[in-house]
Ligand binder design. Structure first.
Ligand code: FUC
Length: 784
């Protein structure tokens, strides 16, 4: 009886000091045995630049290491004129005859140019005779960003802590034992290929090399790394290229890695002494106490991690191992029920935020297909930057879950594509501005790559990415950013589109193309047509955003006028006779084997874009709904990122139960593994983690299309809950509480340049009147 909304409201009013306290202790992934497989079991740590995967081994402990800029390459620039000529010929033919030619495919027969992201190496600790082990536990504490392995053997408790400090820019592995003199082990640094390890003195190892693509001729990034050991009690000595610890009490290993990769001028690698740079960082860290390094690391991590909380109840499940909790979803689906572990959703949500903090920080490269974690010389899809959804999806949770500054590596990376993108626009399309195709790497490749037109020949990599610049402005109200960064990149993409769009002399409308709908093929095996829906929608976004920015910045000139005209003549995707949104401008059917294709590109207009929404274009929302239903009926959403996107779609359809079914399926199906990594069938692919996290947020709070929607897709499984520190467009922070499936209260904190938007809850509206700096709480009854 004390737990009713009225009593709660009363309590909130009477005791404002009784602030909500999140139980951070429960955000731990934990297990009762060491990791066997990298993809499924090892635990991810990182500081954006360096990453570690802790296996929690007993006698043989592996810690796999990464540094974000170790890439093979660079690619040999190849002339793309041939492809450009084919594009021009096809475009001419379409204008003249209404048919597009077939020269694209032939012109694309080119090797793959994108290079591979490669591992730094592996650290192995090889222990002697530990005997039988009891009370084994390994965990990853998301709130501290520390992995701990603990077990007992012969009455001695062994503890290993691993973390990657952003403050001190070092990887730290600390091994201790509960009784003195019990630590005897060998320390080894290894890599699958192309490396040398040497001991330096009696307490250090140096490992260095140069990344090389298997079939690539050009050697890539040079790297060097160093390990220094601080041994308390006992002794340490070098033996060959290993270190040998004997009878120590505690051993702390400090590791660092540096490369010659110069992101601002890739043709001019850094020439400084990489090993000396490592040594400097290690020595500086070793001058401090372990406790102070750990404390600074935890405090810095929490500053971001703790900004946003979510509580869906069921916290007691945190006692169970993470594998058991995940299995409860898999078992439930087998038994045609649902898991009761609602707190697992929260764990997954916070894990997504954790992954963003640890893989992408201001000043680093953006999170690639696997964030920063990869143990293979030739990883799946090169572990590169895929620009036809995957890289963008990585950043979907950044703004709404209060990690706005972690969006930065994405922005600066896309900006670095501009010079190469200009060449691509000019040589291939004869256009001004800039464009990038479906994938890139640290060498800023923007031309087509690979032989298959359904993925390769699609020039919207930068266009789509510019919408993130606009969204960052919408969330933060940062006018400086709008002027200095969003305008140049958005207007540059718009310039490309002004040239790329072709007027159809038969109806006066502007069409993109010949273009693909990412990775899909239509009946008869064709891939390219004029005006595929996604291309038209992305261009609509870019032109609309250009005009919006021009208005804010009061820019009015011939270019802005040209954009306005182009927008008014832009061909609009249509709804087919069967009620579905058409994927292509012509009524091509999908090929039979792609009826459930993982890309649902034509629904871009409803998510991540807000072009289609219930208030302004309800008929398009209905058509989108029919399209996704059809995809799912035919086995769609088969890979993690596609399932994650589907959650976002259903959140925008405000279909709580279907959104939840997809969250459940994300865990129950093939897409989430024991260490909570998202899987693309078999390989790890981080986009699904980020897309899933964004989808969960989208179910609780939306702020696109000019209004804030509260609990737009709250499923029955989450009747009671609390979310704090979520962000909305308009630059406000939101705390939400709900009970019995109904909203209790929303607290809105207006930040700088706050832009008020109507807030909608179940069809009722409030239009908050508050100024920047003010906070106000509204209750369900306040909505009219
Ligand atoms: C896109 C997707 C694939 C995969 C790859 C990395 O091309 O179609 O499913 O995710 O990116």
């Amino acid at each position: 009886m004390y737990n009713t909304p009225h009593v709660r409201i009363l309590l909130t009013l009477l005791i404002p000091l009784l602030a909500y306290a999140e139980d951070w202790e429960r955000f731990k992934l934990h297990y009762g045995s060491p990791a066997k497989q990298w993809e499924h079991h090892a635990l991810a740590l990182g500081n954006g630049r360096m990453g570690a995967m802790a296996f929690g081994g007993i006698e043989n402990a592996r810690i796999q290491l990464n540094e974000e800029s170790i890439w093979a390459g660079p690619p040999v620039p190849t002339p793309t004129e041939k492809y450009g000529k084919a594009v021009a010929a096809d475009r001419r033919q379409w204008v003249e005859t209404g048919q597009i030619g077939r020269s694209l495919k032939a012109a694309l027969q080119s090797p793959r140019y994108i290079r591979c992201y490669q591992p730094w190496g592996d650290l192995y600790l090889q222990f002697e005779n530990l005997g039988d082990v009891e009370n084994y536990r390994r965990e990853l504490d998301l709130d501290r960003a520390v992995a701990t392995t603990r077990f007992t053997s012969n009455g001695v408790t062994y503890t290993r802590e691993v973390f990657v400090s952003a403050v001190d820019d070092v990887v730290i592995v600390r091994q201790s034992a509960s009784k003195p003199g019990n630590l005897s082990f060998d320390i080894r640094l290894n890599r699958p290929d192309d490396f040398t390890t040497q001991a330096k003195g009696n307490d250090s190892l140096v490992m260095f090399g140069q990344a090389k693509q298997k079939e690539g001729k050009n050697p890539g990034v040079k790297w060097s790394s160093m390990l220094k050991a601080n041994v308390e009690g006992g002794s340490i000595r070098a033996e060959g290229n290993q270190l040998k610890v004997t009878n120590a009490d505690t051993v702390t290993l400090f590791l660092s890695c540096n490369t010659d990769y110069n992101r601002n001028n890739t043709a001019q690698p850094y020439s400084y002494d990489l090993t000396a740079k490592c040594e400097k960082a290690l020595t500086a860290a070793m001058d401090k106490s372990y406790d102070s390094i750990l404390e600074a690391h935890v405090a810095e991590h929490r500053k971001y991690f703790r900004r946003c909380t979510l509580d869906l109840g069921g916290k007691e499940a945190a006692e169970l191992s993470t594998s058991k909790r995940l299995s409860s979803y898999k078992d439930a689906t087998k038994n045609k029920t649902k898991s009761k572990d609602t707190d697992f959703v929260t764990l997954y949500f916070q894990f997504g935020r954790y992954l963003l903090i640890t893989s992408s920080r201001p000043g680093t490269l953006p999170a690639n297909l696997q964030g920063i974690w990869n143990d293979k010389i030739t990883p799946p899809w090169n572990c590169d930057y895929h620009l036809n959804i995957n890289l963008q999806m990585n950043y979907w949770p950044a703004e709404v879950t209060n990690l706005s500054e972690f969006h930065e590596p994405f922005f600066s990376y896309i900006e670095r594509l501009i010079p190469s993108g200009r060449e691509t626009a000019r040589i291939i399309y004869g256009c001004e501005g800039f464009a990038a195709h479906h994938a890139s790497d640290v060498w800023h490749w923007t031309a087509t790559q690979g032989p298959r037109p359904n993925w390769a020949a699609w020039p919207h990599g930068i266009g789509w990415s510019t919408t993130h610049f606009m969204e960052h402005y919408r969330f933060t109200g940062d006018k400086e950013f709008l002027k200095e960064r969003a305008w140049p990149i958005t207007s540059g993409a718009a310039k490309f589109y002004l040239g790329y769009l072709l007027e159809n002399p038969r109806n006066g409308k502007l069409y993109a193309g010949p273009d693909a709908s990412p990775e899909n093929t239509f009946a008869g095996g064709g891939t390219h047509s004029m005006g595929p829906s996604m291309s038209q929608q992305i261009i609509w976004d870019v032109l609309t955003n250009t005009l919006e920015i021009a208005e804010v910045l009061q820019i009015e000139n011939a270019f802005v006028q040209e954009v306005r005209e182009a927008l008014s003549k832009l061909y609009e995707p249509r709804i087919a006779d069967d009620g579905r949104l058409m994927e292509w401008s012509e009524p091509h059917g999908e090929t039979k084997k792609e009826l459930g294709h993982r890309h649902v590109s034509h629904l871009y207009g409803m998510h991540p874009s807000a072009k289609y929404n219930y208030r302004e274009t309800p008929e398009f929302m209905e058509a989108c709904r029919k399209s996704i239903d059809y995809r799912l009926e035919h086995g769609g959403a088969g890979v993690g990122w596609s399932r994650a996107w589907t959650i976002n779609f259903f959140a925008r359809f405000q279909d709580a139960e279907e959104a939840y079914n997809n969250v459940h399926e994300l865990f129950a199906g093939r897409s989430t593994t024991f260490n909570l990594f998202d899987l693309h069938n078999r390989p790890f692919q981080i986009d699904g983690n980020f897309g899933g996290t964004a989808g969960i947020a989208e179910m609780l709070l939306q702020s696109h299309a000019g209004e804030i929607a509260l609990l737009p897709a709250l499923p029955e499984a989450w009747p009671e809950g609390k979310a704090t520190g979520f962000r909305t467009r308009g630059n406000a922070e939101v705390d939400l509480e709900w009970f019995d499936g109904k909203l209790v209260s929303i607290t809105l904190k207006a930040d700088q340049n706050y832009k008020s938007m109507p807030i909608r809850y179940k069809g009722k509206i409030i239009t908050p009147k508050l100024n920047s700096g003010q906070t106000r709480t509204y209750y369900a009854k306040d909505f009219k």
